[in-house]
Design a protein around this ligand. Structure first.
Ligand SMILES: [Cu+2]
Length: 147
């Protein structure tokens, strides 16, 4: 019979390897004016890992952050932040999460969260999603960064 301490150590190591890596917190600012123009999320493109937490901060007033229902990984929970409040999105599922600010959606205030490594069909599906013209223009630039 193996020594009980050795067995306990082996069990601990097995448990540790089954746990996900430490989740990160990523801050995205909601701004009236940023490096990419007026009404922006900054950064507007985020690479995250499953389980990471994205915090959308009301750095400037009159914004919110919410998921774009047509640009969300299968099985991912939608999120709708309140105006002028921090919105928190835990990205549990891998894939592409489209984010919009409702008041400035038509002005192109969108962001893209890439979680894990997106599959080519997922990128193609996101490209096919219809958005308001200014939002579509910015989203295409963000989708070009997804890989
Ligand atoms: Cu806004």
């Amino acid at each position: 019979m193996r020594h009980p301490i050795v067995m306990a150590a082996a069990a601990l190591m097995a448990a540790a390897s089954a746990m996900p890596a430490q989740a990160r917190e990523i801050v995205v600012h909601m701004k009236k004016q940023g490096a990419e123009g007026a009404m922006v999320f900054e950064p507007s493109f985020v690479k995250a890992a499953p389980g990471d937490v994205i915090r959308f901060k009301p750095t400037d007033p009159s914004h919110n952050a919410e998921t774009i229902s047509t640009m969300l990984p299968a099985g991912a929970s939608p999120m709708k932040g309140m105006m002028n409040k921090e919105a928190v999105l835990t990205v549990a599922k891998p894939g592409l999460y489209g984010i919009k600010c409702m008041p400035h959606y038509s002005m192109g205030m969108v962001a893209l969260i890439q979680v894990g490594k997106p599959a080519a069909p997922d990128i193609a599906a996101a490209r096919a999603v219809k958005l308001p013209p200014f939002a579509a223009k910015r989203m295409i630039v963000l989708l070009n960064k997804a890989r």
